[in-house]
Design a protein around this ligand. Structure first.
Ligand SMILES: Nc1nc2c(ncn2[C@@H]2O[C@H](COP(=O)(O)OP(=O)(O)OP(=O)(O)O)[C@@H](O)[C@H]2O)c(=O)[nH]1
Ligand SMILES: [Mg+2]
Length: 327
């Protein structure tokens, strides 16, 4: 993304064509960015010029699947940080804009997360129940399998509830994962009540003193009232400690709206964004966490069990601003 931004800054002239001014003897007072000075020397970053730069930036952000409310916030941050500031002689304006932009993005991404392993271990009475929701094909089932493996490796005892009784083959898909991972999958017949399956799994975990129940659900659109009501019933019956929205980063701005609606209807506590291996942009992740005000807990980066990473804002920022990526 940064390469595209820089190209646009150059096209607009950015602020880098500001005439050189005498180097100030020293810069009194500390400023947050090394490109700026609070001294009387240096050229001012004109408001009109800054607006031009921000317009260019806006286009790149839109192309990177960053949602409008996020862009507005970024604009506001950058204006506050850059407008009317005096540039030091020879300062690298592009670098200053990039630093301001990264700081703004970082503030959006850096929400207090949840230390899942510690939370599960500390939770009493057992089990800790996690419900996974999202639209069709976003990676819920795969993510559950990855997480189950990750938890097992940390000595956490897991059971999975095959709560997608709707899609043909969904139960079988989980059973295959369970077998490979050596993790028990609780299931009923296809077409049975998912709330009952989840309840069975919780009872099983209680009896066996297991730490955590991961409840898979069928993919559903937030516009499908029956399926949303079904998910609400699962919530009422098992009262999960955590409801996680699983969104596909490749679906761009749609994922932001989905996350917002799922949060409204099902009370989402955190986000998992999948397929970030294929998404050079990552703007969807930024937008979803901004709009829901919920943390991203994990990101999916492939189809293998190991392709799940605890979310790190710096990792995403690095991807967003990587040189040489078209996004
Ligand atoms: N590249 C990539 N593919 C992924 C990732 N996560 C899931 N997938 C793939 O996405 C496809 C759908 O994954 P599922 O886990 O079945 O998705 P789901 O949300 O359970 O789908 P439904 O149950 O039909 O709603 C599969 O082919 C997965 O291998 C990821 O992080 N990266
Ligand atoms: Mg599934």
């Amino acid at each position: 993304m940064w390469a595209a931004i820089r190209a646009r800054l150059r096209r607009s002239g950015g602020a880098s064509e500001a005439p050189p001014t005498p180097r100030p003897p020293s810069s009194p007072g500390a400023v947050s960015d090394p490109a700026f000075t609070e001294g009387v020397f240096g050229s001012r970053l004109e408001e009109a010029k800054l607006d031009e730069v921000l317009d260019e930036l806006e286009i790149v952000l839109l192309q990177s699947d960053v949602a409008v409310p996020v862009i507005e916030k970024v604009r506001e941050d950058l204006k506050k940080e850059l407008a009317g500031r005096r540039l030091k002689w020879g300062a690298d304006v592009e670098a200053a804009v990039q630093r301001a932009l990264q700081a703004s993005v970082h503030s959006i991404l850096d929400r207090p997360g949840i230390d899942l392993a510690a939370t599960i271990r500390a939770h009493q009475p057992k089990p800790y129940i996690i419900l996974f929701v999202g639209v069709n094909g976003t990676g819920k089932t795969t993510t559950i399998a990855k997480l189950a493996g990750w938890m097992r490796d940390q000595g956490i005892h897991v059971v999975i509830a095959a709560g997608d009784t709707f899609r043909a083959g969904a139960i079988e898909q989980l059973l295959v994962h369970g077998e490979r991972l050596g993790i028990r999958v609780i299931r009923q017949q296809e077409g049975s009540d998912p709330a009952a399956v989840a309840y069975d799994a919780v009872e099983h975990a209680r009896a066996k003193k297991l730490d955590v129940v991961l409840v898979d659900t069928a993919g559903r659109q937030h516009t499908n009232e029956n399926l949303i009501a079904e998910a609400q019933k699962i919530r009422r019956v098992v009262q999960p400690q955590l409801t996680l929205f699983v969104g596909d980063a490749l679906s761009g701005n749609d994922v932001t709206e989905q996350a917002r609606m799922f949060k409204k209807m099902l009370g989402v506590d955190g986000l998992i964004l999948t397929k970030l291996d294929a998404d050079a942009k990552g703007g969807a992740a930024l937008s979803a966490t901004f709009v829901t005000k919920k943390p991203i807990l994990f990101v999916g980066t492939g189809q293998g069990y190991g392709d799940l990473r605890p979310f790190d804002p710096d990792w995403l920022i690095e991807r967003l601003f990587a040189e040489g990526t078209a996004g």
